[in-house]
Design a protein around this ligand. Structure first.
Ligand code: FES
Length: 128
């Protein structure tokens, strides 16, 4: 886990964009707060490392996909690499939105991410 510091406006440069390949993640801490930075489909997403279910290690769980809505007796798998399964009890969250797959009202906190001069910068104020 990388230990980083935020600037006075709450922004933290986590890594260079080319350091994180599609499907990879980087776990980091700022003070006592834990986060995960994910790259999926060429874009970056930052999630709070604390699971909204019971404060487990959300970002340390496996990245997977899920069964997609289909017609009866049809089973399609999709969103491969977009679904984060919490390391503690297995609740699944969409890394692009932070929302739980089974209960959209349950949501992991997400944070805006920008690439600036090749650096991936996370704003540690939660997305509204
Ligand atoms: S703490 Fe994450 S699913 Fe329970």
């Amino acid at each position: 886990m990388h230990v980083l510091e935020a600037d006075e406006s709450g922004r933290v440069a986590v890594c260079r964009a080319d350091e994180l390949a599609d499907g990879e993640r980087l776990l980091f801490r700022v003070g006592r707060r834990r986060f995960g930075l994910f790259r999926y489909d060429g874009r970056f997403f930052a999630l709070n490392g604390v699971c909204p279910h019971a404060a487990g290690a959300l970002c340390e769980g496996p990245l997977t996909g899920t069964a997609l809505p289909t017609d009866e007796f049809t089973y399609d798998y999709g969103k491969d690499g977009q679904v984060l399964r919490c390391a503690w009890h297995g609740f699944e969250f969409d890394i692009t939105t932070g929302r739980s797959l089974v209960d959209p009202k349950l949501r992991a906190r997400t944070f805006p991410v920008r690439v600036e001069d090749g650096a991936v910068v996370v704003e540690l104020r939660p997305r509204k």
